[in-house]
Write a protein that binds this ligand. Structure first.
Ligand code: SF4
Ligand code: SF4
Length: 302
């Protein structure tokens, strides 16, 4: 058992025994060695389920939404990206800070589950795509930090992030002519099966009632058609504009491998160019640029 896992279990046990939280949300081992899945623990004797390993990929912040109407405090384990998700929910007034106890875990970057399954146990598994450009190894907000703060990156992550431009793939698409771009995105979204996994896993997709769950005819089509899928993809991208924390969860869970981060990052890039550099979900006091008005805002379209 890793040192962090032992500390996780001890911290969760203490919180539950003292009645400081009604349950804790962490990760447990899944069916296969390369799966670590979310778990809710509400009894001290069940805290031995908790684990920390290189497959704790799920961003747990989104599970707070299931209890947003409730009462009582929840214990939540947070990596850097999870903590940014919590900032997102607090800023969006979806969950109050005082109802969550954050147990921070420095994260060196996690492993790609599909590659792990293909390569087998003991193989050198590459970094998960969602961790490729992460520069917040330490949680941006926490009540207690388990272990030493990470040197702001494990070597592998630092090398990858330094070598990479997170907008490189966006620039490739920007270089296409409009017909090529349309063909590219049409081919991607033709595969969408409208399972809504990307929406359900997303801490920024936190509307109490999603427009795509409404039954009123006329606004949108429920059919899985090319046009309907594109409409869904665009509406979702615009709804998280300026608020997306780049956790990569939407793309990670998509069963059809639709490269949603290219769309998210195109909007992030545009917002950076229009309103100045912005990293969503890092600073609780800094509101998203599209949620603010400044007399200096660009207005070329007026
Ligand atoms: S749109 Fe994707 S990357 Fe952005 S916050 Fe939602 S799940 Fe994370
Ligand atoms: S997860 Fe993928 S397939 Fe499912 S709705 Fe989102 S884009 Fe479509």
């Amino acid at each position: 058992m890793s040192d962090i896992t032992a500390k996780m279990r001890a911290t969760a046990r203490e919180l539950l025994e003292k009645g400081e939280v009604k349950y804790v949300i962490g990760w447990e081992k899944g069916t296969f060695w390369y799966q670590s899945t979310p778990v809710f623990v509400d009894k001290p004797e069940e805290t031995d389920k908790l684990v920390w390993d290189e497959f704790c990929l799920n961003n747990l912040a989104v599970y707070l939404l299931d209890d947003r109407q409730g009462e009582g405090k929840i214990g939540l384990f947070v990596k850097g990206c999870d903590s940014r998700g919590v900032v997102r929910l607090i800023q969006d007034k979806q969950f109050p800070r005082e109802r969550v106890y954050l147990i921070g875990i420095p994260c060196p970057g996690l492993k790609d589950v599909k590659e792990a399954a293909a390569l087998g146990q003991g193989a050198d598994v590459p970094l998960a795509e969602k961790c490729r450009y992460c520069d917040h190894k330490n949680p941006v907000m926490y009540d207690v930090l388990i272990g030493e703060g990470a040197p702001e990156a494990a070597a592998e992550v630092a090398a990858t992030a330094a070598a990479g431009d997170r907008f490189a793939e966006v620039k490739e698409i920007e270089a296409m002519d409009p017909d090529e771009r349309y063909a590219y995105w049409t081919a991607q979204y033709d595969r969408c099966i409208r399972c809504f996994a990307c929406r359900n896993i997303c801490p920024a997709c936190n509307c109490r009632e999603c427009i795509f769950d409404q039954t009123a005819v006329g606004w949108l089509s429920k059919e899985v058609t090319g046009a309907g899928n594109q409409f869904y993809g665009l509406v979702r991208a615009f709804h998280v504009a300026g608020r997306c924390i780049e956790c990569g969860e939407c793309e990670r869970v998509c069963p059809m491998d639709i490269p949603m981060m290219k769309l998210n990052r195109k909007i992030i890039k545009d917002i950076n160019e229009l309103f100045g550099e912005n990293e969503a979900g890092v600073d609780l006091e800094k509101l998203p640029p599209l949620g603010l008005y400044s007399p200096d805002d660009p207005e070329e379209f007026m």
